[in-house]
Write a protein that binds this ligand. Structure first.
Ligand code: HEC
Ligand code: HEC
Ligand code: HEC
Ligand code: HEC
Length: 359
């Protein structure tokens, strides 16, 4: 036995070497398999009637990481609306003129901390000329204030009284972490391959599935049909197709990811199209789709000429928003912390002045 092992050319030694290799490989494989198991084991919460399978599955560790990311920022107390108005005190105030100087300055300091805490006032202002509109960031910011007011005043069916501030999207960064551009259209070559519709190109947008990886252009910019169920039992004049359904599934996958929920958060999967069996969250989501589309069309696209080239996408379009821009993995952005409560300046002025008038 021992003489055998001493002899390196004996077949026995080779077998044990191979056995050891197999053993190591086996351990590695087991390790790979076990990393598939979640730690700690997930918890499930029922969100619909028994037997409908409407459950949300949570992993406490991932939930905790998300909770840390979704803490609302500290709000500087308001100095009140007394005193001279910003329109009187400053030279080039186009939209914030009705605020008191105190409210105006609180908003400037807060905006700085929400959008450009590293860069400070100089991110938007050509110091020391605060009135100059020379930096594109200031021109964008003015439009962003109007957009934020529009969201808080006109999109209550989606954002309710919770509302948003710049922080909901920006989280202390000049460029929000979740934005999207139109994808580069696939060039048609001399081959006979059709457009692959952004499929089979793994993308986190659709959770690495083989669904079309730009469901945003048709649904959150253009107004393409999302419903896929045919209106008639027989294919008489029914234009719905599996191809069309794949685009809808792409959007739905993004929505689930953006909110950190399963399909069953909004659907009873017995019938995806049925509204009477859907929880109220689906109606909120319906408004959310229209809101995202409106914001992209009315606000983001109108800024195309203002943004410098290096901020634009491969086809020269401006950055746009989707569900993840605000939600960032939470079913309510910042876990539902009321944002507009402390900043009535971010409601449309008409609403603020009626409040003042009734005082
Ligand atoms: C994210 C962009 C942004 C940042 C950062 C910012 N501002 Fe502004 N600021 C604006 C915009 C937009 C206006 C114009 C508002 C309007 O037209 O109603 C403005 C206007 C002003 C004005 C009025 C100037 C005039 O005479 O017309 C002052 C003063 C001012 N900001 C001070 C500050 C100070 C101080 C800071 C830093 C604490 C700051 N801003 C940070 C965007 C910004
Ligand atoms: C609904 C989401 C959303 C809200 C709310 C929002 N923004 Fe933006 N903001 C965006 C997106 C998307 C962009 C485009 C990103 C880029 O710059 O490429 C952007 C860009 C900007 C930029 C340009 C940054 C750069 O470096 O190019 C400024 C400045 C800005 N926002 C200021 C504000 C201010 C101030 C507020 C609050 C009054 C605000 N934003 C609220 C989504 C939002
Ligand atoms: C946050 C809520 C929400 C989540 C999560 C969600 N959906 Fe939807 N779903 C909707 C809404 C709202 C509509 C209707 C859209 C419209 O008509 O504009 C819809 C429509 C659909 C339709 C078309 C139904 C018809 O009328 O033909 C299908 C199919 C669908 N969803 C599948 C899914 C799948 C699969 C998932 C999970 C990957 C999912 N949904 C996750 C809200 C949601
Ligand atoms: C401008 C920011 C913003 C964008 C963009 C946005 N949401 Fe929301 N959403 C909110 C806010 C704020 C709330 C909390 C409203 C409340 O407190 O009831 C909310 C609530 C919801 C809820 C209700 C959650 C619940 O449990 O009651 C759903 C569902 C939802 N959003 C889906 C979507 C979908 C789907 C999209 C993209 C198509 C989207 N949202 C885009 C800001 C946004």
């Amino acid at each position: 036995m021992s003489t055998n092992t001493m002899n390196s050319s004996s077949p026995n030694v080779r077998t044990s070497w191979a056995a050891r290799l197999m053993h190591t490989l086996g351990l590695v494989l087991l390790g790979v398999l076990l990393t598939g198991c979640e730690r700690p084991s997930p918890e499930s919460v029922q969100s619909g009637y028994r037997g409908t399978g409407m459950v949300q599955v949570y992993n406490a560790r991932l939930l905790e990481a998300k909770t840390d990311k979704n803490q609302p920022p500290f709000a500087i107390p308001s100095p009140g609306s007394d005193g001279p108005k910003a329109a009187q005190a400053y030279k080039n105030v186009k939209i914030l003129g009705n605020l008191s100087v105190g409210e105006f300055n609180r908003l400037m300091v807060s905006m700085t901390s929400w959008v450009a805490p590293q860069e400070g006032c100089a991110y938007c202002h050509q110091l020391p000329n605060f009135e100059a509109d020379t930096k594109y960031t200031k021109v964008v910011a003015r439009r962003m204030i109007e957009m934020t007011r529009h969201i808080n005043s006109d999109w209550k069916p989606h954002v309710a009284q919770t509302g948003v501030t710049c922080y909901t999207c920006h989280r202390g960064e000049p460029v929000p972490s979740a934005i999207w551009f139109k994808s580069n259209p696939q060039p048609y070559g001399a081959n006979f391959m059709g457009d692959k519709a952004g499929q089979n190109t793994p993308s986190p947008v659709v959770n690495m599935s083989s669904l079309p990886n730009d469901p945003f252009t048709p649904f959150l910019l253009d107004d393409q049909k999302i419903r896929v169920n045919g209106p008639t039992a027989l294919p008489s004049g029914n234009r719905q197709s599996i191809k069309q359904a794949e685009w809808t599934y792409g959007l739905m996958t993004h929505m689930s990811n953006a909110l950190g929920v399963n399909c069953t958060y909004c659907h009873n999967t017995q019938s995806f199209q049925n509204w009477t069996n859907s929880p109220p969250q689906r109606t909120t989501a319906w408004h959310g789709i229209r809101m995202a589309r409106d914001l992209n069309q009315t606000y983001m696209e109108s800024l195309t000429d203002v943004f410098p080239e290096h901020r634009k996408g491969p086809t020269g379009d401006v950055a746009k928003l989707n569900c993840a821009t605000c939600h960032q993995g939470a079913y309510k952005p910042l876990n539902g912390a009321p944002m507009v409560k402390d900043f009535p300046e971010l409601l449309k002025p008409a609403l603020v002045s009626t409040k003042v008038a009734t005082k």
